[in-house]
Design a binder for this molecule. Structure first.
Ligand SMILES: Cc1cc2nc3c(=O)[nH]c(=O)nc-3n(C[C@H](O)[C@H](O)[C@H](O)COP(=O)(O)OP(=O)(O)OC[C@H]3O[C@@H](n4cnc5c(N)ncnc54)[C@H](O)[C@@H]3O)c2cc1C
Ligand SMILES: NC(=O)c1ccc[n+]([C@@H]2O[C@H](COP(=O)([O-])OP(=O)(O)OC[C@H]3O[C@@H](n4cnc5c(N)ncnc54)[C@H](OP(=O)(O)O)[C@@H]3O)[C@@H](O)[C@H]2O)c1
Length: 240
């Protein structure tokens, strides 16, 4: 593994805490849904963290979507980068939140919280999901309505988009959390699609507590974790 020099071409700030970095870098090989470690030198030490690609693999410019964790060693520094600044990009993208991990079915559910939206935007800008699934439901859960980002990208996708806003009322979004809405049927009603082991495959990304609680709600509906030796319905990626 080598470290490559990436050059920031844009750092878009959606809110005071949310940012998207676009980075020119030597070409990398990866599948949509994977991540790569990016790093900065801090006090003479390399500080590296995993970030999912937002861009699809065919795009030459890399894009990462991040949140400032105020006491975090890396994220506030990434948020402060400006066009022309450099950062380090590892040469070995990785990760199992990829469509090749899941068997075919009628419906693909992509469930995310916060920055966990990122890998799904990469997957949804490739041809594979539309070839393999008749319907796709993209779910994004955030605390506040202003965090419903990338709407201009999502509007162009052939998906059913369901948003959750948990900490203020917001017309057009569900209230509360994803696991409760799986359990009481509100998620299926909002998507207009049934969730069942026969018809559905589910990818989850973001907050580890959401992954745990949503996986339990899905298991109660008969879906189980996918393993290569025991094909199932659910793949997850935890961001911390
Ligand atoms: C496979 C993988 C992919 C990832 N992809 C992304 C990504 O695309 N975008 C992104 O912003 N982060 C992503 N992360 C998290 C990222 O690697 C860093 O942890 C994050 O940027 C914070 O870095 P930090 O050094 O500031 O704080 P850290 O010391 O890394 O984290 C401190 C704490 O901040 C919280 N936290 C960390 N990441 C997040 C987050 N994304 N949202 C909310 N709270 C968080 C957790 O409580 C964590 O314990 C990913 C992590 C993994 C393992
Ligand atoms: N979001 C911001 O604007 C902001 C600002 C400053 C700093 N930060 C930093 O980022 C961190 C959190 O970022 P975030 O808001 O992107 O992520 P988050 O805390 O994961 O919240 C995103 C969504 O996930 C939901 N969620 C949390 N736990 C869940 C569970 N067990 N099951 C289902 N859903 C669950 C939240 O619902 P609930 O609301 O019900 O918890 C919220 O709707 C903070 O710790 C802070 O360090 C964020």
């Amino acid at each position: 593994m080598n470290w490559l020099a990436g050059r920031v071409v844009e750092n878009r700030h959606w809110t005071e805490a949310l940012f998207s970095l676009r980075v020119e870098n030597a070409p990398l090989r990866y599948q949509a849904g994977q991540f790569v470690r990016i790093a900065l030198e801090v006090g003479g030490q390399r500080v590296a963290r995993a970030f999912s690609f937002v861009n699809p693999p065919q795009d030459p410019v890399l894009e990462f979507y991040g949140v400032i964790v105020p006491a975090g060693p890396l994220s506030p520094r990434l948020a402060a980068l400006e066009p022309g600044d450099t950062l380090q990009v590892a040469s070995n993208p990785a990760g199992f939140l990829v469509l090749s991990e899941l068997p075919d079915a009628q419906t693909l559910w992509l469930l995310s919280t916060g920055t966990g939206l990122a890998p799904f935007l990469s997957i949804l800008r490739t041809a594979e999901p539309y070839r393999r699934f008749r319907e796709i439901v993209l779910v994004h859960a955030v605390r506040h309505a202003r965090e419903l980002v990338y709407r201009e990208v999502i509007e162009k996708l052939d998906v059913k988009y369901v948003s959750f806003v948990s900490r203020e009322p917001h017309a057009g979004s569900l209230a509360g959390r994803i696991p409760a809405a799986i359990a009481d049927g509100r998620l299926e009603a909002a998507a207009g699609v049934a969730l069942s082991p026969d018809s559905s495959r589910v990818m989850l990304c973001g907050n580890p507590d959401m992954l745990r609680d949503a996986s339990a709600a899905l298991q109660a509906r008969g879906l189980r974790k996918h393993r290569r030796r025991a094909p199932g319905h659910i793949v997850v990626e935890s961001f911390w």
